[in-house]
Ligand binder design. Structure first.
Ligand SMILES: [Zn+2]
Length: 275
């Protein structure tokens, strides 16, 4: 009986209602990758587990091997990230980071750097001084690195030559930056895997390179103009959508948050997120 039980440290990425009173949890763990488990009776008001398996909570769980899904038998909060829960925008960003980790990680596949990145990002996001959008861009670049989709920003993806500070192109399909020379002379040759190539403004390229190659402590004080922020966000959105082959739900939520006339809508989405 004992060996059917195991203990995991986890962050709750997603919760889905199941049956009368249960929840199915999607978890990310440091040494087992993504994992799904069922928390029986977690929606009952009397449940002692429910507070410890809130969305984005960092918890220590005791699981029992089940036939289909493993069962949460005990849960203890390690970190609740309360500041996140008091602000709709931060909550939206936390939802986005968790969704990225969910979509890009695999079950039963250890990825400690990815786990640590999420854990740290949830802490940083709760800091009053945190620029949530900048953190999201940093997170995207480092997540892509940890899951094997690192965009190549320092050498041309086609010829390997160091990228010069000039008019370059960016292609999610090709996996990074293409220099103007390759774009002109080898267009037919690379067209098959760079159909989405678009010009990349020099400033946006510099920002991406800086975020990709530095630690968060170094980049956190960077202040971007709204224009640069929008360019970098657009490039990353295209890159991620290409690699996921679909758009993320939380991207739409964050977009709605930025529009004042849908505040009520944002609240209803936030309720859905918190459910
Ligand atoms: Zn080239």
């Amino acid at each position: 009986m004992r060996d059917r039980l195991y203990r995991v440290e986890a962050i709750i990425l997603k919760r889905t209602d199941f049956g009368e009173a249960d929840r199915i949890l999607t978890l990310v763990t440091p040494d087992r990758g993504k994992l799904r488990a069922i928390a029986k009776g977690a929606r009952k008001p009397s449940s002692r587990k429910s507070g410890h398996i809130e969305l984005f909570t960092h918890s220590m769980l005791l699981l029992a091997k089940g036939r289909h899904l493993d069962v949460v038998t005990q849960a203890d909060t390690l970190e609740a990230f309360l500041p996140l829960r008091e602000d709709l925008e931060r909550l939206g960003y936390a939802y986005y980071l968790a969704e990225l980790v969910d979509k890009f990680s695999e079950e039963d596949s250890e990825n400690r750097p990815l786990y640590d990145l999420l854990l740290h990002a949830l802490r940083w996001l709760g800091d009053d001084a945190c620029d949530s959008a900048l953190l999201a861009r940093y997170f995207e670049l480092h997540l892509l690195q940890h899951v094997g989709y690192r965009p190549q920003l320092f050498q041309c993806v086609n010829c390997g030559t160091a990228i010069e500070p000039t008019d370059n192109f960016f292609s999610a399909e090709a996996g990074g930056v293409i220099d103007p020379n390759c774009m002109q002379t080898q267009r037919e040759k690379i067209a098959g895997h760079a159909r989405d190539a678009q010009p990349i403004p020099l400033n946006a390229l510099k920002v991406l390179r800086f975020l990709q190659s530095r630690e968060y402590e170094t980049v956190r004080s960077l202040r971007l103009t709204p224009e640069a922020q929008a360019q970098v966000e657009g490039l990353m959105r295209d890159y991620i959508a290409h690699h996921l082959e679909r758009n993320l739900k939380s991207v739409e939520f964050l977009r709605q948050l930025k529009q004042p006339f849908v505040v009520g809508m944002g609240e209803s989405v936030a309720k859905a997120v918190a459910k």
